[in-house]
Design a protein around this ligand. Structure first.
Ligand code: NDP
Ligand code: PYC
Length: 342
């Protein structure tokens, strides 16, 4: 639920959100292919009521464009490295076009050898991971994605930012329906959500952050200036460290700490790498692919039998609503986007 729920709202259709996003991004200077790739993901976030990664990101994208650090038009360089590895060098542009261009080859490789990896290097990254995961599950593979961010999160037992908010996402294709997808920050909450609490003047729950003195706080601003905390204590901290390593040094790219040093106070989106893995259920599961899929369905059905919901269910319900009735976007955010002047 949006932290802006009591604010005045503006009604927009999905097409209007896309057109507004593309206009702003193109107006700020992004080439058409990049503007469209970014607008598609921002629109998907707004449509699925993901407040921290929908239209809210547009002013930050413009700030990144205006930082002078981002390439506005670099064509991603895609390299077929080995039977199981594709490398996409985003060449200091946003990550999303590199993903779009390289995803078909990733899936082709997974279908051929069972497991394949896509490494994206040198990309500015601001987006949720589930749109990429959904794209891969639509092509019939199970998938995982992970990426560092900036060093805003204290490791378990520490008090200063060292790790990123480091999201990890997973998807499983399902016959005739939406895929099973989860996608979460390894911090207790995404930084975007923490910022939305700050903007709305709402307290944050205990366990989300520490102030600059290293003390627990329920003040979002104090935690943004201090350090965020991982989810699940030492478990989230270790998972976040794995993401730093697997989507950092393993793929020859930056950690969250190094990404923050690269930013050097410009307040652009983080710049680093992303690791995406694809798993083909036919090669990995053998001839019983339909039986295996049915066994997965039985597992999902058992959630509902005890009143539990699957991750992404809220998102899919929001999507249906948005496509049928349009979206309600906070007026304060809409006005901020119009005031950008594009
Ligand atoms: P949330 O905590 O809002 O949600 C995490 C996941 O848990 C979602 O898949 C959600 O599904 C699911 N979920 C939530 N509640 C339940 C429940 N009761 N039962 C079952 N599943 C549930 O996400 P975060 O704040 O951690 O992250 C938000 C977004 O921020 C992510 O999309 C992430 O990729 C993005 N992000 C991006 C970063 C980057 O560097 N690019 C950095 C950090 C975060 P549902 O949506 O249906 O509620
Ligand atoms: O919300 O933590 C976040 C985030 C970082 C980069 C993009 N989103």
């Amino acid at each position: 639920m949006s932290v802006f729920e009591t604010e005045k709202m503006v009604d927009l259709t999905v097409d209007e959100v896309f057109a507004l996003s593309r206009r702003v991004l193109s107006g700020a200077g992004l080439s058409a292919p990049h503007a469209e790739a970014v607008a598609r993901v921002i629109t998907a976030g707004e449509r699925d009521e993901c407040a921290s990664h929908g239209l809210y990101r547009l002013p930050g994208c413009v700030a990144t464009i205006q930082s002078g650090k981002l390439s506005l038009d670099a064509e991603p360089a895609i390299r077929d490295v080995s039977p199981a590895l594709v490398r996409a060098d985003a060449r200091h542009a946003y990550s999303l076009l590199a993903f779009e261009r390289a995803a078909p080859l990733l899936v082709e490789k997974a279908r051929a050898v069972g497991v394949a990896a896509l490494v994206i290097n040198n990309c500015f990254h601001f987006s949720a991971l589930w749109p990429e995961i959904e794209r891969l599950t639509e092509m019939g593979v199970a998938a995982m994605a992970m990426t560092p961010s900036h060093a805003w999160v204290a490791p378990a037992g520490g008090t200063k930012g060292l790790l990123g908010t480091n999201p990890i996402a997973f998807g499983w294709p399902r016959p005739g329906g939406h895929p099973y997808v989860f996608d979460f920050a390894t911090s207790a909450v995404a930084r975007g959500d923490m910022s939305l609490h700050d903007i709305a003047g709402k307290p944050i729950p205990e366990g989300w952050g520490l102030d600059e003195a290293g003390l627990p706080t329920t003040d979002a601003r104090a935690a943004l200036d201090g350090a965020m905390l991982t989810f699940g204590g030492h478990k989230g901290s270790a998972l976040s460290t794995m993401i730093e390593l697997m989507a950092g040094p393993l793929i020859g790219d930056l950690t969250s700490r190094e990404s923050m040093a690269f930013d050097d106070g410009a307040k652009a989106a983080p710049m680093h790498g992303e690791l995406i893995l694809a798993f083909d259920p036919v090669v990995m599961g053998g001839e019983d692919v339909n039986v295996n899929a049915a066994r997965a369905e039985a597992l999902f059905a058992a959630f509902g039998e005890q009143g539990a919901r699957l991750p992404s269910q809220r998102r899919y319900e929001a999507r249906t609503r948005s496509l049928e009735r349009g979206m309600r976007t906070p007026k304060v955010l809409y006005d901020q986007i119009i005031a950008l002047g594009f």
